[in-house]
Design a binder for this molecule. Structure first.
Ligand code: ZN
Length: 288
């Protein structure tokens, strides 16, 4: 099952550009937006599994928003692939996953135009994103997938100068400029991907592949992440987890490479689709 956020309304997909409006089709029982659906995820799944999904409404890519539009929390994980930890100059984690947030003000839909912060080095990080479907506290790893509503793509866009400035890294601020958290294009339930624990993921800048990995190499896979995180924090329905990026980021290349005005970044994950961002420089401040 695939579920999209089309201008704030939940649409159950029949294809990449058509589906049924959930609120209309359920006679008002679910929706209209995805946030309300996450609050009622288990009964929504029962309804959706039996719904007649047709091409009743059509939409275009520019109408798509984040498949979780108003998460209470965005949790992001660093150094969750060994080759990426090595290229970043850090040891790979063995006990707790390195955890930070991308503040919710940075959240946007799948196909954003992003302003490059002045004086910064802005980098790409394609990531598998998990969206929570049930309140999770102290969940066991072997039950953790039951708390995941679905999977989608995320770009953990990162400004490295502010991220690494000062006595300790500023992961949360350096990764939370406006539209630095594009997510989409839609939610795909874990049963609808080829293998929820082994998905190829990649990103390309202007057509040149920069990252090309597989989620089978996650040090902390999705179920372990949900379990580990829920030992400390409560995960709420609609919460977004960025699970970490594979090797190939710009800061780890020789020579280093960062996003420039006019660049196009395309991110893909097997079974989930693709996202597309373009980058522009900051407009000059208005005078007076
Ligand atoms: Zn990341």
């Amino acid at each position: 099952m695939r579920l999209a956020n089309v201008e704030g309304r939940a649409v159950l997909l029949a294809s990449d550009d058509a589906g049924i409006d959930v609120e209309h089709s359920s006679d008002g029982k679910f929706g209209p937006g995805l946030s309300a659906i996450f609050e009622n995820w288990d009964s929504f799944r029962v309804w959706a599994d039996h719904a007649a999904v047709t091409a009743e409404v059509t939409f275009t890519r520019d109408q798509l928003g984040s498949p979780s539009p108003q998460p209470k929390q965005i949790v992001a994980i660093g150094l969750n692939y060994s080759a990426h930890a090595a290229e970043s100059g850090f040891a790979a984690p063995d006990r707790l996953p390195p955890t930070f947030t991308k503040f919710v003000s940075s959240l946007t839909g799948p196909d954003a135009e992003v302003v490059l912060p002045a004086g910064g080095n802005t980098d790409w990080e394609v990531e598998l994103v998990a969206i929570i479907g049930r309140t999770a506290t102290r969940v066991k790893e072997d039950e953790a997938w039951n708390y995941v509503a679905g999977l989608t793509i995320g770009q953990d866009i990162s400004e490295r100068v502010s991220q690494l400035a000062g006595p300790a890294p500023q992961f949360s601020l350096g990764k939370s400029f406006p539209k630095f958290a594009p997510v989409g294009p839609w939610l795909v339930t874990p049963d609808a991907v080829p293998d929820r624990d082994e998905l190829s993921l990649s990103c390309a800048v202007n057509g040149q592949t920069m990252q090309d990995g597989s989620t089978r190499d996650l040090i902390f896979p999705v179920a372990r992440l949900v379990s580990e995180l829920s030992q400390t924090i409560t995960l709420y329905p609609g919460d977004i987890i960025f699970t970490g990026t594979p090797a190939g980021v710009g800061v780890g290349r020789t020579p280093q490479q960062f996003l420039q005005p006019g660049d196009e970044l395309v991110s893909r994950i097997e079974g989930l689709g693709e996202m597309r961002q373009t980058f522009v420089s900051k407009a000059p401040e208005a005078e007076g």
